[in-house]
Ligand binder design. Sequence first.
Ligand code: 5AD
Ligand code: SF4
Length: 475
Amino acid sequence: MDRVNIINKENFSNQEYYVDLVKNINDDEYAKTGDAKKFIIVTFGCQMNEHDSENIKGMLTNMGYEETEDMEKANLIIYNTCAIRENAETRFFGNIGALKNIKKKNPDIVIATCGCMMQEPHIVKELTSKYKHVNIIFGTHNIYKFPELLYTYISLVDKETVVDVWDIDGNIVEGLPSVRRYDFKAFVNIMYGCNNFCTYCIVPFTRGRERSRSPQDILQEVKLLSQNSVKEITLLGQNVNSYGNNFTDKYTFPMLLEDINKIDNIERIRFMTSHPKDISDELINSFATLDKLCESLHLPVQSGSSNVLKLMNRRYTAEDYMKKIEKIKKVAPDIALTTDIIVGFPGETEEDFKQTLKLVKEVEYDSAFMFMYSTRKGTVAEKMSGHISEEVKKDRFNRLLETANEISAKKNKEYKDKIEQVLVEGFSKKNESVLSGRNRKNKLINFVGDESKIGQIVNVKITDVKSFSLNGVEV
Ligand code: 5AD
Ligand code: SF4
C-alpha cells in the first residue's frame, strides 16, 4: 500500500498566497467598518457538489469571509450547479436572472458560478453573452483555484468576467480546507470522475475520467476527522467499486473499508455510489465482516428491462442485477436497499416499464429515487430514436412512484416497536422540541429530546410509523 503513488497530485498550499492576499484586503476593510465580508453559497445536486461547497466555504472562511443566509446582505454570491437533468438548468438560469437587480443595487457584489453546468461550453457561452452580471465562472476541475480567481477579479480595474474552465481532468488536490454542515459526520472523497458513459448521463463529461485518491491520504483525513469528534464517514465517488483501478499495486475498495473500520472513534461508515456491474463478492462480504459498515446500500438499477439497460450501456441485465441482490440479501439479510430509476428512456415500451415495476416489487427497496428521462446535450441517448412523450413519461413516473411508496410504507411498518440506534442530527424543521436523526439504515427518526443529544448516538424505540419517517421515544 505504501507504494501507491498518485502522479497527478498537488497541494492546496499553492493557493495560500492568494488566500492571504484576499484576507489582507478583507482584514483592512474590517478594521475600517467593523463588518466582516459575507458570502452565500447555493448548492444544487448530489453529495459530491455538497462536499465541493464545503471546501469552497473552507477557503472563504480562511479568506476572512463569514457565511450568511441572506442574499441582500451578501458581498459574494456563489451558485454551485448541477447538470444532471434539464430542470436543474432551467432553475439555475431563473435564479441567476433574478440576481441582476441585486447587482444593480449593489455593483460591488461579486457573483460566481461553478460546478457541473460550467463544464458545458454552451452554458458558459450563454452566461458570458446574456448574464454579464456574473463575475467569476469556474468548473469542477479547478475548484481549488478559487482564491486565485477571486483575487484576480477583485484586483481587475475593468471588471471583466473571469472565466477559468478546464476541459481536461484536474489534479487531485490534497489539503483543501473545509467547513462541514455537521461536526459529527463528514463526507470524504475517495475518487473523482466516471469512465462508464451510461448513454443518458452527462457526468463523464462534467467530472472527467476516474482517478482515485491514495489510501494514505484518505486514511490520514479520516483519522484527523475521528480526532475531531466525527463519528460517521460517507465515502464519495461516482463509482466506488472502481476505487484503485489506476494503482500499480492491488488495493481495492473493500481493503480501504477494512482499514477505515480499524480507525478508533469512527462508528459508522457509508459510501456512495456503486455500479451494479462492478459490485464484487469481496465488497458484499464486507457487510458481514465490518462492524462499522452500515446496513445500507444504494445500488442504482435505472431500469428493470434488459433491453433498456442495453440501450443505457449499463453492461448488466435485469437478471444479473437480481442475482447480485440475492447475494447481498444472503450475506446481509437486514440490509436497507435504495436505488435510482429513470422512466421514459428513449425506446422504453410499456412492456419494458412493467418489468421495472416487477423488479421494484421483487427487490422491495426501502426507498427509490425516481426520475423522468431528461435529454442531455452531447450524450449518446440524445441522438437515439424513440424519444418518449412527456405525457407518457409522467404517467409512468406516477405509477412507479405509487408502487415504490407502497413498498416503502410497508417496509417502514416493520420498524414498529423496534429499538434503533439514532445518530442525532438536530432539531426537526417542523417542531423545535423534536430531535431528528438517522439509524444505521439511514432512516429518518424523530423523537422528543434536548439539545445535548445532538451528535450523540441514542437508542430510540419506534412508537409511530409514518410513510416517510418514524417517530419514537428515547429508551
Ligand atoms: N435523465 C434523468 N435522470 C438521470 N440521471 C442521470 N442522468 C439522467 C438523465 N439524463 C439519474 C440516474 C442517476 C441519478 C444520479 O440521476 O438515475 O443514477
Ligand atoms: Fe453517470 Fe453512469 Fe457514471 Fe453513474 S455510472 S455517473 S449514471 S455515467
